[in-house]
Design a protein around this ligand. Structure first.
Ligand code: NI
Ligand code: MN
Length: 227
């Protein structure tokens, strides 16, 4: 049974069958993170939606420490390699690959993606969302994104959708609820809310807006969801 743990913002750990991956490991400097990067258990994969600091986060030090594979859009994967990540696997939108931990497909996200670090200027990346299939279940981590018609292509293919609701940088509640209606996942879990003043919002209002389209599971940092 796959297990998801939210560590605040867009950071989730997904584990199944003795394999463990992390999405967007922004822990250092994240006021809502429930763990420090140093406390994480061993990781097999580190999936990055884009280069903004609140997503790239602790990726490179974690990749070095665990010899974990960084999976990211091509340009961002090369940036991580430049920074010393020992194993990177560049991909791009529309492509899928089978990893020892599961299948990963990159899908469209409408956003920016510049790496905000010294030497990162030439790595302005195309952002992505991820479809990850582990243990026969598919998780859609939407990344930072606007509502887009492309989400309709995912209808019927997603068990659990991780959806940004914080507004300002991504979809707000109204558009996030429309995104859920497009994708029709069994379960939607809100993310990218409450970390900073600009993205304060009420996940219960999102739950009401989604209505019967999906089951909304509101997690707090440190909470786990089994499915
Ligand atoms: Ni961003
Ligand atoms: Mn963000």
């Amino acid at each position: 049974m796959p297990k998801l743990t939210w560590h605040g913002h867009a950071c989730f750990v997904l584990e199944h069958g003795g394999k463990r991956i992390i999405f967007d490991p922004f822990l250092t400097g994240n006021p809502k993170a429930d763990v420090a990067a140093a406390q994480l258990p061993p990781l097999d994969g580190i999936l990055l939606t884009h280069g903004h600091a609140d997503h790239l986060g602790d990726a490179v030090p974690l990749a070095k420490r665990f010899q974990a594979t960084v999976v990211a859009p091509y340009e961002l994967a090369l940036y991580c390699q430049d920074q010393g990540a020992p194993h990177v696997h560049p991909m791009h939108i529309g492509g899928a690959h089978d990893f020892p931990f599961g299948r990963v497909k990159l899908v469209v996200a409408i956003h920016g993606g510049q790496v905000e670090a010294e030497g990162g200027e030439r790595f302005t990346t195309f952002p992505c969302g991820f479809l990850v299939t582990m243990g026969g279940k598919t998780v859609y981590h939407a990344g930072d994104t606007a509502l887009t018609m492309d989400m309709q292509l995912l209808e019927g293919r997603v068990d659990v959708m991780l959806v940004p609701i914080g507004d300002n940088f991504t979809m707000g509640i109204e558009d996030a609820a429309r995104a859920v209606a497009f994708v029709k996942p069994k379960v939607a879990i809100p993310m990218h809310w409450g970390t900073f003043p600009d993205i304060e919002t009420d996940p219960e209002t999102f739950q009401q807006a989604v209505g019967k389209e999906a089951t909304v599971v509101v997690l707090q940092p440190g909470n786990t969801y089994d499915f």
